[in-house]
Design a binder for this molecule. Structure first.
Ligand code: ACM
Length: 262
């Protein structure tokens, strides 16, 4: 299976331009699964809930979902992408996975980071795993990485690949994702963004270095810190199915669950 990410620099508030730039950047890509960053269509640093509400879209009714469905169908690949979602008065930092048949899976970020708590409502959907071309795929968004429960829960649900749309600002996430992969024996695809955004006196720089990591904790592809780029890797899912660390140690079966209570 061939998987990839697009490390991207969205222009804040210009969804139309961001969608068409993504389409151009992907024109030479041949892959089964592609991951785009968190909030790839809007940018990140909202002035408040009012501005977020203006930029957020309904899923599946909005322009970005239509774009992603059409992209997936045209390019015959599954696409995972982060979008600001509005639903019944709530605003979620969401991600959708679409496949070429038009099926869609929605995830809403469970762990909001810093200022996001002012803008977004926390996710209210259970973690789930979906199948595509023989792969079991889970999704988490950016800061979810620091809660190992998320990657572990997805692993226990059967995930072999975790897609990780991100707008990372803490520089140590990429390194930590090697451990998330290793401790769960799964592939992880972190699609980060680059660039700096300013709003009033606030300024945020995103850390790039998108990457694909193997179940052995090896970086298969990594992007530079500050350049838009595509990363692609051919992966063997068998590596994620074998949970034996040694002949005598199994990552899942060896857990001593009765002792893990506080
Ligand atoms: C983040 O969760 N966007 C840092």
């Amino acid at each position: 299976m061939r998987v990839g990410f697009l490390q991207f620099h969205p222009t804040f508030g210009n969804t139309g331009q961001n969608l068409s730039r993504v389409e151009t950047k992907l024109s030479s890509l041949d892959a089964d699964l592609l991951v785009l960053p968190e909030l790839f269509n809007t940018g990140y640093l909202f002035s408040g809930r009012k501005q977020l509400r203006q930029l957020a879209e309904e899923i599946p009714g909005g322009e970005t979902t239509r774009f992603l469905k059409s992209l997936s169908k045209k390019r015959k690949m599954a696409v995972v992408a982060g979008i600001a979602e509005k639903d019944k008065g709530k605003l979620y930092n969401s991600s959708i996975l679409v496949n070429p048949r038009g099926d869609m899976h929605l995830y809403r970020k469970l762990h909001l980071f810093n200022r996001e708590k002012r803008w977004f409502d926390a996710g209210n959907l259970k973690l789930e795993v979906v199948s595509f071309r023989g792969a079991k795929i889970g999704v988490m968004i950016c800061f979810d990485w620091i809660f190992p429960e998320v990657a572990r829960s997805l692993t226990l649900l059967g995930a072999e690949i975790i897609c990780h749309p991100a707008n990372l600002v803490l520089h140590y996430c990429q390194q930590s994702m090697l451990t998330r992969s290793l401790e769960n024996r799964i592939f992880t695809i972190t699609a980060n963004r680059i660039g700096t955004e300013e709003q009033n006196s606030e300024r945020i720089t995103f850390t790039g270095k998108s990457q694909i990591v193997s179940p052995r904790g090896e970086i298969l592809v990594s992007s530079p810190r500050n350049k838009e780029s595509l990363g692609v890797a051919d992966i063997n899912l068998k590596e994620a199915r074998d949970k034996s660390v040694t002949p005598a140690n199994h990552l899942i079966k060896d857990r001593r669950r009765t002792f893990y209570r506080l």
